[in-house]
Design a protein. Structure first.
Length: 173
């Protein structure tokens, strides 16, 4: 496995994607095919595919901000069928916006000698942004795949892209 880069797929879970889900992201279906494209590229080039997945306790303090979602071991916390993990794919469960906060993501990336992250998923100005910011703070190079991320609305999506590009100096590809 080539450890120079890794693909991150953030929160592509039933509770954000399926109709009627508690936190259905508008138009999220648009990013499924671009994420599939990035997965196929990662697998064909031999670099790791890492899923960052919300996984909350029933009384998580995040539910003071957002409705209950992605409660550990529920259908809502599962990765959508279209992007199901395969073989050596890695799943990292997280309980906050950043995939690095209180997880072993950084250790996994170091063990794999990853220096560059290719970021996909949702939501641009929340989990994508906070994960990207934490990655930059840890010295990773970051590419954010523009057609493979989505925000709750255009304004917040654009703002987060601008912040990532102009403040964090990541590549928006």
């Amino acid at each position: 496995m080539n450890g120079r880069k890794a693909l991150l797929i953030i929160d592509m879970l039933n509770d954000f994607v399926l109709d009627g889900a508690p936190l259905k992201v508008p138009k999220i279906e648009r990013i499924i095919d671009p994420i599939k494209r990035e997965m196929e590229k990662a697998r064909s080039e031999g670099y790791p595919v890492i899923y960052l997945c919300d996984s909350h306790d029933k009384d998580d303090r995040e539910f003071e901000i957002f409705p209950p979602h992605a409660i550990r071991n529920t259908e809502g916390s599962k990765i959508i069928e279209e992007l199901k993990p395969q073989g050596n794919d890695i799943i990292v469960r997280k309980s906050s916006f950043s995939g690095f906060f209180n997880t072993d993501l950084d250790e996994i990336l170091k063990k794999l000698s990853v220096k560059k992250l290719i970021v996909t998923g949702d939501v641009t100005n929340i989990c994508v942004f906070h994960t990207v910011a934490d990655a930059v703070m840890r010295g990773y190079r970051v590419d954010v795949v523009k057609d493979a991320i989505i925000g709750l609305n255009k304004r917040d999506h654009r703002f987060a892209l601008d912040q990532m590009r102009n403040v964090l100096k990541v590549n928006i590809i």
